[in-house]
Design a protein around this ligand. Structure first.
Ligand code: AMP
Length: 469
């Protein structure tokens, strides 16, 4: 499997050319497995999370199958929606469509992304020009269906990406409504990071004799991610976080909190202490979230504080460090979070600050990933000579963090690697992933209040948009 090249996968020259230009040399395991099956026409149930190359795993064979239908004709009638990709979040929608566009750039196949939180009228003219591949969040797609701005009767391929997340976010009723409108004769591919019973049931409902693929949930256990835990009181977390950030050579760090409130407060505090920090969560407008993400990718901010909902699906390649300021109560979220680092063979560090009240969640996480995470003793000495924040645009810290003496001293330790991180991604100019035609909310949330959903879909409370609070 490892020796397979993209050329062996029966992909057309125009697709291969786009892959070479994207810098891809060999297929990832999920691509090597999924592409032949999708080309054969099988339905697919794939266990894979962001970072495994799953987007290309469905997008490449999709393009290959649609290529014979591609036409340079300007007539919208010649460009009906033939493939529909449903995703849970706007950020993921944008990323998926950027990838599809890149892979399709040498063909006449057109793609478009539609998501909530922006004026629907800005999307309609683009839809009317005709697109073969539509990437959408469920709520906004239903809006377009209701307004008759999209026709789905030619859809021959459906992808449900991050299906587990769509369930968690309560999108099941929307999904059912959308699926009822699609032609019965179609190919359906489902991708999910976790294989819960709900997901299995969903695959039984929506897929026909699906082939099953599960790529190792490598991010949770992969050797290139160093996982560590600090057992520490809640009141001491901030000091330790500042210390870890100063003591690390990681150029960028994604910090997770459970609530929007903590994310905002932490960002403000760190900012006051001289860190180029920003927060991204569900209360921020779409434009603010995109700007925060772009600034992070460009290195203008070096610490991005995020809630699970906001960070889901973010494609920040080669992120060197993830810190869980608060660990999630749903163990799967831990897997998603630390999967932001250590991608594509790069090394990564995932540090969790765990208060006594959170230890029960830690045990759940360890049970899920079948690993006991290394416990670290809190840092003792002040971080190495308060380095200036790494973003060029920020002033030096005005004050030293009022930190280290708050940290309970237990042992001498230097837990954070001082090895400089040389990472090609950070030298690459960042190409903004979306135009700034976006405007502010309403958020693209499930169309029905959660209280009306079956208990089944409310299992992982912490993962729901509302649970950020
Ligand atoms: P995904 O899991 O689809 O979100 O992909 C994660 C990242 O891996 C994206 O930045 C892709 O561009 C990149 N990627 C996907 N497939 C390959 C490949 N075969 N070789 C190198 N990079 C890849």
């Amino acid at each position: 499997m490892n020796n397979i090249s993209f050329a062996d996968l029966n992909l057309a020259p125009e697709i291969l050319r786009a892959l070479t230009e994207s810098g891809y040399t060999v297929p990832t395991p999920i691509q090597a497995q999924a592409i032949p099956m999708v080309l054969e026409g099988c339905d697919l149930m794939a266990g894979a999370q962001t970072g495994t190359g799953k987007t290309a795993a469905f997008a490449l064979p999709m393009l290959q199958k649609l290529l014979p239908l591609a036409t340079p004709s300007p007539s919208p009638a010649r460009h009906p929606v033939r493939a529909l990709i449903l995703v849970p979040t706007r950020e993921l929608a944008i990323q998926v469509e950027v990838s599809v566009k890149a892979y399709a750039k040498h063909s006449h196949l057109r793609s478009l992304v539609v998501f909530g939180g922006v004026d629907i009228k800005t999307q309609t003219p683009h839809l009317r020009t005709g697109v073969e591949i539509l990437v959408a969040t469920p709520g906004r797609l239903l809006d377009h269906i209701e307004q008759k701005t999209v026709q789905l009767n030619q859809v021959q391929m459906l992808v449900l990406d991050e299906a587990d997340r769509m369930l968690d976010m309560g999108f099941m009723p929307d999904l059912k409504r959308i699926l009822a409108l699609l032609p019965k004769q179609r190919q359906t591919l489902m991708f999910s990071a976790t294989f819960s019973n709900e997901i299995k049931r969903l695959s039984e409902d929506f897929l026909v004799n699906p082939r099953l693929i599960e790529v190792a949930r490598s991010n949770a256990t992969s050797e290139n991610i160093t996982q560590k835990v600090y057992l520490i009181g809640s009141a001491e977390k901030h000091a330790l976080l500042a210390q870890l950030l100063r003591g690390s050579d990681a150029k960028q760090t994604l910090v997770f909190t459970k609530t929007k409130l903590t994310a905002s407060r932490l960002a403000r505090q760190l900012h006051r202490e001289g860190f180029a920090a920003d927060a991204i969560h569900g209360d921020k407008s779409q434009l603010e979230r995109i700007q925060a993400l772009d600034a992070f990718k460009q290195g203008k901010t070096t610490v991005l504080i995020a809630t699970d909902v906001a960070a889901r699906g973010l494609d920040i390649d080669h992120l060197p460090m993830v810190i869980n300021y608060e660990i999630p109560s749903a163990p799967e979220d831990y897997v998603h979070r630390i999967g932001r680092t250590g991608r594509a063979g790069a090394s990564g560090s995932a540090i969790s600050l765990v208060s006594p009240e959170e230890e029960k969640y830690l045990f759940e996480i360890e049970k899920l990933i079948k690993t006991t995470i290394q416990r670290e003793a809190p840092l003792t000495s002040p971080a190495p000579a308060a380095r200036p924040p790494r973003a060029e645009s920020r002033p030096s810290p005005r004050t030293e963090p009022r930190t280290e003496h708050h940290v309970h001293i237990r042992a001498q330790h230097a837990p954070v690697s001082k090895t400089p991180v040389h990472d090609a991604w950070f030298n690459k100019p960042y190409e903004p992933s979306v135009s700034t035609r976006v405007v502010t909310p309403p958020r693209d949330l499930p169309s029905k209040p959660k209280s009306q959903l079956p208990a089944l879909f409310m299992r992982r409370k912490v993962s729901t948009p509302d649970a950020e609070d």
